[in-house]
Design a protein around this ligand. Sequence first.
Ligand SMILES: Nc1ncnc2c1ncn2[C@@H]1O[C@H](COP(=O)(O)OP(=O)(O)OP(=O)(O)O)[C@@H](O)[C@H]1O
Length: 308
Amino acid sequence: MIQIEQLTKRYGKMEALKGVSLSIEKGTVFGFVGPNGAGKSTTMSILATLLEPTSGKAYVGGFDVIKHPREVRKLIGYMPDFFGVYDYLTAEEYLDFYGANYDIPPEERKAIIPQLLELVNLSHKRDAYVDSLSRGMKQRLGLARCLVHNPEVLILDEPASGLDPRARIELREILKELRDMGKTIIISSHILPELAEMCDVIGVIEEGNLVAFGKVEEIYARMQEKRVLRIRLLDRVDEAMARLREVPTVAGVTREGNWVVVGFSGDDADQAKLLRDLTVNDFPVAAFNEAQGDLEEIFLEITKGVGS
Ligand SMILES: Nc1ncnc2c1ncn2[C@@H]1O[C@H](COP(=O)(O)OP(=O)(O)OP(=O)(O)O)[C@@H](O)[C@H]1O
Protein backbone atom coordinates (compact mmCIF):
# COMPACT_ATOMS: atom_id res chain seq x y z
CA MET A 1 0.00 0.00 0.00
CA ILE A 2 2.88 2.32 0.82
CA GLN A 3 6.29 2.19 -0.73
CA ILE A 4 9.19 4.44 0.14
CA GLU A 5 12.45 4.14 -1.77
CA GLN A 6 15.68 5.84 -0.81
CA LEU A 7 13.91 8.94 0.39
CA THR A 8 16.07 11.93 1.29
CA LYS A 9 15.15 15.39 2.46
CA ARG A 10 17.41 18.35 3.05
CA TYR A 11 16.48 21.55 4.77
CA GLY A 12 19.37 23.71 3.64
CA LYS A 13 22.45 21.93 4.93
CA MET A 14 20.45 19.84 7.37
CA GLU A 15 19.84 16.29 6.13
CA ALA A 16 16.56 15.30 7.77
CA LEU A 17 16.17 12.02 5.82
CA LYS A 18 19.19 10.10 4.62
CA GLY A 19 17.79 7.44 2.30
CA VAL A 20 14.82 5.82 4.00
CA SER A 21 13.24 2.79 2.32
CA LEU A 22 10.32 0.79 3.60
CA SER A 23 7.09 -0.76 2.50
CA ILE A 24 3.83 -1.16 4.36
CA GLU A 25 1.18 -3.65 3.34
CA LYS A 26 -2.52 -2.90 3.19
CA GLY A 27 -4.29 -3.33 6.51
CA THR A 28 -1.15 -2.88 8.60
CA VAL A 29 -0.89 -0.61 11.60
CA PHE A 30 2.62 0.71 11.24
CA GLY A 31 4.34 2.44 14.14
CA PHE A 32 6.98 4.98 13.30
CA VAL A 33 9.13 5.59 16.32
CA GLY A 34 12.14 7.77 16.95
CA PRO A 35 13.31 10.60 19.15
CA ASN A 36 12.41 14.21 18.50
CA GLY A 37 13.87 15.45 15.24
CA ALA A 38 14.52 11.95 13.84
CA GLY A 39 12.55 12.59 10.65
CA LYS A 40 9.13 11.10 11.36
CA SER A 41 7.10 14.21 10.58
CA THR A 42 9.19 14.87 7.49
CA THR A 43 8.49 11.37 6.14
CA MET A 44 4.79 11.65 6.95
CA SER A 45 4.47 15.08 5.36
CA ILE A 46 6.05 13.72 2.18
CA LEU A 47 3.55 10.84 2.14
CA ALA A 48 0.77 13.35 2.73
CA THR A 49 2.00 15.30 -0.35
CA LEU A 50 2.65 18.41 1.72
CA LEU A 51 6.40 18.35 1.28
CA GLU A 52 8.60 17.36 -1.65
CA PRO A 53 11.52 15.04 -1.03
CA THR A 54 15.01 16.05 -2.17
CA SER A 55 15.42 12.66 -3.83
CA GLY A 56 13.90 9.20 -3.75
CA LYS A 57 10.38 7.97 -4.34
CA ALA A 58 7.22 7.49 -2.34
CA TYR A 59 4.04 5.78 -3.49
CA VAL A 60 0.63 5.46 -1.88
CA GLY A 61 -1.69 2.89 -3.42
CA GLY A 62 0.67 2.77 -6.40
CA PHE A 63 0.48 6.55 -6.99
CA ASP A 64 3.64 8.61 -6.95
CA VAL A 65 3.25 11.35 -4.32
CA ILE A 66 5.04 13.89 -6.53
CA LYS A 67 3.46 13.05 -9.86
CA HIS A 68 -0.06 12.24 -8.66
CA PRO A 69 -0.70 14.18 -5.46
CA ARG A 70 -4.45 14.50 -6.13
CA GLU A 71 -4.94 10.74 -6.30
CA VAL A 72 -2.80 10.29 -3.22
CA ARG A 73 -4.83 12.87 -1.28
CA LYS A 74 -8.03 10.98 -2.03
CA LEU A 75 -6.49 7.87 -0.53
CA ILE A 76 -5.12 9.38 2.64
CA GLY A 77 -6.38 11.02 5.79
CA TYR A 78 -3.62 13.00 7.47
CA MET A 79 -3.57 14.23 11.02
CA PRO A 80 -0.63 16.56 11.69
CA ASP A 81 1.03 16.79 15.10
CA PHE A 82 -0.45 20.25 15.57
CA PHE A 83 -3.72 21.02 13.94
CA GLY A 84 -5.68 24.20 14.12
CA VAL A 85 -9.19 23.77 15.37
CA TYR A 86 -12.02 26.12 14.69
CA ASP A 87 -13.09 26.97 18.16
CA TYR A 88 -16.24 28.78 17.19
CA LEU A 89 -17.68 25.65 15.56
CA THR A 90 -19.44 22.76 17.20
CA ALA A 91 -18.06 19.25 16.73
CA GLU A 92 -20.72 18.55 14.12
CA GLU A 93 -20.16 21.83 12.24
CA TYR A 94 -16.44 21.20 12.29
CA LEU A 95 -16.81 17.83 10.56
CA ASP A 96 -19.38 19.29 8.18
CA PHE A 97 -16.92 22.01 7.22
CA TYR A 98 -14.23 19.43 6.39
CA GLY A 99 -16.72 17.23 4.55
CA ALA A 100 -17.65 20.23 2.39
CA ASN A 101 -13.93 20.79 1.69
CA TYR A 102 -13.86 17.32 0.20
CA ASP A 103 -16.90 18.14 -1.95
CA ILE A 104 -19.06 15.63 -0.16
CA PRO A 105 -22.72 16.56 -0.89
CA PRO A 106 -24.75 17.90 2.09
CA GLU A 107 -27.12 14.88 2.29
CA GLU A 108 -24.19 12.51 2.35
CA ARG A 109 -22.47 14.56 5.05
CA LYS A 110 -25.63 14.42 7.12
CA ALA A 111 -25.47 10.64 7.00
CA ILE A 112 -21.72 10.28 7.55
CA ILE A 113 -21.14 12.74 10.39
CA PRO A 114 -23.22 10.92 13.05
CA GLN A 115 -21.41 7.71 12.11
CA LEU A 116 -18.03 9.37 12.49
CA LEU A 117 -18.97 10.92 15.83
CA GLU A 118 -20.13 7.51 16.96
CA LEU A 119 -16.90 5.89 15.84
CA VAL A 120 -14.77 8.31 17.88
CA ASN A 121 -17.18 8.24 20.85
CA LEU A 122 -18.21 11.86 20.54
CA SER A 123 -21.91 11.53 19.71
CA HIS A 124 -22.76 13.12 23.04
CA LYS A 125 -20.59 16.13 22.14
CA ARG A 126 -22.19 16.74 18.77
CA ASP A 127 -23.38 20.24 19.72
CA ALA A 128 -20.45 21.14 21.97
CA TYR A 129 -18.05 23.85 20.84
CA VAL A 130 -14.69 22.50 19.79
CA ASP A 131 -12.84 24.67 22.32
CA SER A 132 -14.87 23.13 25.15
CA LEU A 133 -13.55 19.64 24.37
CA SER A 134 -10.75 18.00 26.33
CA ARG A 135 -7.44 17.28 24.61
CA GLY A 136 -8.34 13.63 24.12
CA MET A 137 -11.70 14.58 22.62
CA LYS A 138 -10.04 17.10 20.29
CA GLN A 139 -7.64 14.40 19.15
CA ARG A 140 -10.56 12.06 18.47
CA LEU A 141 -12.37 14.81 16.60
CA GLY A 142 -9.20 15.36 14.57
CA LEU A 143 -9.22 11.65 13.79
CA ALA A 144 -12.87 11.85 12.68
CA ARG A 145 -11.94 14.82 10.54
CA CYS A 146 -9.37 12.85 8.57
CA LEU A 147 -11.94 10.10 8.01
CA VAL A 148 -14.63 12.26 6.37
CA HIS A 149 -13.72 11.17 2.84
CA ASN A 150 -13.35 7.54 3.91
CA PRO A 151 -9.64 7.23 3.05
CA GLU A 152 -7.89 3.88 2.84
CA VAL A 153 -4.77 5.13 4.56
CA LEU A 154 -4.45 7.12 7.76
CA ILE A 155 -1.30 9.06 8.55
CA LEU A 156 -1.36 10.14 12.18
CA ASP A 157 1.50 12.24 13.51
CA GLU A 158 1.89 11.70 17.27
CA PRO A 159 -1.84 11.30 17.94
CA ALA A 160 -1.28 10.04 21.47
CA SER A 161 0.98 12.84 22.62
CA GLY A 162 -0.34 14.67 25.64
CA LEU A 163 -3.10 12.13 26.25
CA ASP A 164 -3.65 10.58 29.65
CA PRO A 165 -3.66 6.76 29.93
CA ARG A 166 -7.43 6.49 29.64
CA ALA A 167 -7.52 8.67 26.52
CA ARG A 168 -4.70 6.59 25.04
CA ILE A 169 -6.68 3.40 25.62
CA GLU A 170 -9.69 4.97 23.91
CA LEU A 171 -7.53 5.96 20.98
CA ARG A 172 -6.12 2.45 20.78
CA GLU A 173 -9.62 0.98 20.69
CA ILE A 174 -10.63 3.30 17.86
CA LEU A 175 -7.50 2.40 15.91
CA LYS A 176 -8.37 -1.27 16.33
CA GLU A 177 -11.80 -0.62 14.87
CA LEU A 178 -10.25 1.23 11.95
CA ARG A 179 -7.86 -1.62 11.33
CA ASP A 180 -10.78 -4.04 11.37
CA MET A 181 -12.34 -1.85 8.70
CA GLY A 182 -9.28 -2.64 6.57
CA LYS A 183 -7.52 0.72 6.85
CA THR A 184 -3.77 1.00 6.62
CA ILE A 185 -2.52 3.18 9.46
CA ILE A 186 0.79 4.93 10.02
CA ILE A 187 1.18 6.34 13.47
CA SER A 188 4.21 8.04 14.97
CA SER A 189 5.46 8.51 18.48
CA HIS A 190 8.71 9.00 20.31
CA ILE A 191 7.49 6.60 22.99
CA LEU A 192 8.04 3.02 21.94
CA PRO A 193 5.86 1.07 24.40
CA GLU A 194 2.96 3.35 23.52
CA LEU A 195 3.27 2.27 19.89
CA ALA A 196 4.02 -1.38 20.55
CA GLU A 197 0.59 -1.90 22.01
CA MET A 198 -1.18 -0.42 18.99
CA CYS A 199 0.93 -1.60 16.05
CA ASP A 200 1.71 -4.72 14.02
CA VAL A 201 4.92 -3.47 12.48
CA ILE A 202 7.41 -0.97 13.81
CA GLY A 203 10.06 1.13 12.12
CA VAL A 204 12.65 2.86 14.24
CA ILE A 205 14.10 6.06 12.79
CA GLU A 206 17.10 7.86 14.17
CA GLU A 207 18.77 10.92 12.66
CA GLY A 208 17.19 10.35 9.27
CA ASN A 209 18.06 6.64 9.04
CA LEU A 210 15.72 3.70 9.45
CA VAL A 211 17.63 1.62 11.98
CA ALA A 212 15.12 -1.17 12.57
CA PHE A 213 12.01 -2.43 10.84
CA GLY A 214 9.91 -5.46 11.61
CA LYS A 215 6.99 -7.02 13.40
CA VAL A 216 6.74 -6.09 17.06
CA GLU A 217 7.39 -9.75 17.99
CA GLU A 218 10.45 -9.90 15.74
CA ILE A 219 11.92 -6.87 17.41
CA TYR A 220 11.22 -8.46 20.79
CA ALA A 221 12.81 -11.71 19.58
CA ARG A 222 15.88 -9.81 18.51
CA MET A 223 16.24 -8.51 22.00
CA GLN A 224 15.74 -11.99 23.41
CA GLU A 225 18.93 -13.01 21.60
CA LYS A 226 20.69 -10.82 24.10
CA ARG A 227 19.19 -11.75 27.41
CA VAL A 228 20.49 -10.77 30.75
CA LEU A 229 20.55 -13.31 33.59
CA ARG A 230 20.78 -12.30 37.20
CA ILE A 231 22.04 -14.91 39.63
CA ARG A 232 22.26 -14.45 43.39
CA LEU A 233 24.78 -16.62 45.21
CA LEU A 234 25.10 -17.06 48.95
CA ASP A 235 28.80 -17.74 48.66
CA ARG A 236 31.67 -18.56 46.20
CA VAL A 237 30.72 -15.62 43.99
CA ASP A 238 34.15 -15.12 42.39
CA GLU A 239 34.49 -18.83 41.71
CA ALA A 240 31.07 -18.93 40.06
CA MET A 241 31.97 -15.96 37.91
CA ALA A 242 35.13 -17.70 36.70
CA ARG A 243 33.11 -20.81 35.85
CA LEU A 244 30.45 -18.80 34.01
CA ARG A 245 33.11 -17.11 31.88
CA GLU A 246 34.02 -20.53 30.47
CA VAL A 247 30.53 -21.07 29.07
CA PRO A 248 30.46 -20.34 25.30
CA THR A 249 26.97 -18.75 25.37
CA VAL A 250 28.01 -16.30 28.09
CA ALA A 251 29.02 -12.94 26.66
CA GLY A 252 29.97 -11.08 29.81
CA VAL A 253 29.92 -11.47 33.58
CA THR A 254 29.79 -8.66 36.11
CA ARG A 255 29.15 -8.50 39.81
CA GLU A 256 26.68 -6.38 41.76
CA GLY A 257 27.11 -7.30 45.41
CA ASN A 258 26.00 -10.91 45.74
CA TRP A 259 24.37 -10.80 42.34
CA VAL A 260 26.17 -11.95 39.22
CA VAL A 261 24.90 -10.33 36.04
CA VAL A 262 25.42 -12.42 32.94
CA GLY A 263 25.09 -11.32 29.31
CA PHE A 264 23.72 -14.41 27.64
CA SER A 265 23.16 -15.40 24.01
CA GLY A 266 21.83 -18.95 24.52
CA ASP A 267 18.25 -20.20 24.32
CA ASP A 268 15.99 -21.54 27.10
CA ALA A 269 17.69 -24.99 27.03
CA ASP A 270 21.13 -23.39 27.39
CA GLN A 271 19.81 -21.35 30.26
CA ALA A 272 18.49 -24.47 32.03
CA LYS A 273 21.85 -26.17 31.48
CA LEU A 274 23.68 -23.23 32.99
CA LEU A 275 21.59 -23.37 36.15
CA ARG A 276 22.01 -27.14 36.43
CA ASP A 277 25.78 -26.85 36.03
CA LEU A 278 25.96 -24.36 38.89
CA THR A 279 23.79 -26.38 41.25
CA VAL A 280 25.38 -29.80 40.59
CA ASN A 281 28.71 -28.18 41.37
CA ASP A 282 27.33 -27.02 44.71
CA PHE A 283 27.25 -23.32 44.02
CA PRO A 284 24.67 -21.95 46.48
CA VAL A 285 22.27 -20.34 44.00
CA ALA A 286 19.57 -18.47 45.94
CA ALA A 287 17.95 -16.78 42.96
CA PHE A 288 18.18 -17.10 39.20
CA ASN A 289 16.18 -14.91 36.89
CA GLU A 290 16.08 -13.34 33.52
CA ALA A 291 15.91 -9.57 33.35
CA GLN A 292 12.93 -8.63 31.21
CA GLY A 293 14.02 -6.46 28.33
CA ASP A 294 11.17 -4.07 27.69
CA LEU A 295 10.69 -2.27 24.43
CA GLU A 296 12.26 0.87 25.78
CA GLU A 297 15.49 -1.06 26.36
CA ILE A 298 15.27 -2.62 22.91
CA PHE A 299 14.87 0.82 21.46
CA LEU A 300 17.97 2.09 23.22
CA GLU A 301 19.86 -1.05 22.20
CA ILE A 302 18.88 -0.75 18.56
CA THR A 303 19.62 2.94 18.32
CA LYS A 304 22.82 2.76 20.33
CA GLY A 305 25.68 4.39 18.50
CA VAL A 306 23.64 5.31 15.45
CA GLY A 307 24.74 8.66 14.11
CA SER A 308 27.81 8.81 16.30
N1 LIG B 1 10.94 23.36 7.80
C1 LIG B 1 12.12 22.99 8.30
N2 LIG B 1 13.21 23.72 8.14
C2 LIG B 1 14.40 23.33 8.64
N3 LIG B 1 14.61 22.20 9.33
C3 LIG B 1 13.54 21.42 9.54
C4 LIG B 1 12.23 21.77 9.04
N4 LIG B 1 11.38 20.80 9.41
C5 LIG B 1 12.10 19.88 10.09
N5 LIG B 1 13.40 20.25 10.17
C6 LIG B 1 14.49 19.50 10.83
O1 LIG B 1 14.52 18.19 10.27
C7 LIG B 1 14.76 17.20 11.26
C8 LIG B 1 13.64 16.18 11.26
O2 LIG B 1 12.46 16.80 11.73
P1 LIG B 1 11.06 16.04 11.87
O3 LIG B 1 10.06 17.05 12.30
O4 LIG B 1 10.81 15.26 10.64
O5 LIG B 1 11.38 15.03 13.07
P2 LIG B 1 10.38 14.19 13.96
O6 LIG B 1 11.00 12.84 14.05
O7 LIG B 1 9.01 14.26 13.44
O8 LIG B 1 10.49 14.90 15.34
P3 LIG B 1 9.33 15.31 16.39
O9 LIG B 1 9.03 14.06 17.15
O10 LIG B 1 10.03 16.33 17.23
O11 LIG B 1 8.18 15.85 15.61
C9 LIG B 1 14.90 17.98 12.57
O12 LIG B 1 16.26 18.18 12.83
C10 LIG B 1 14.21 19.29 12.30
O13 LIG B 1 14.78 20.31 13.07
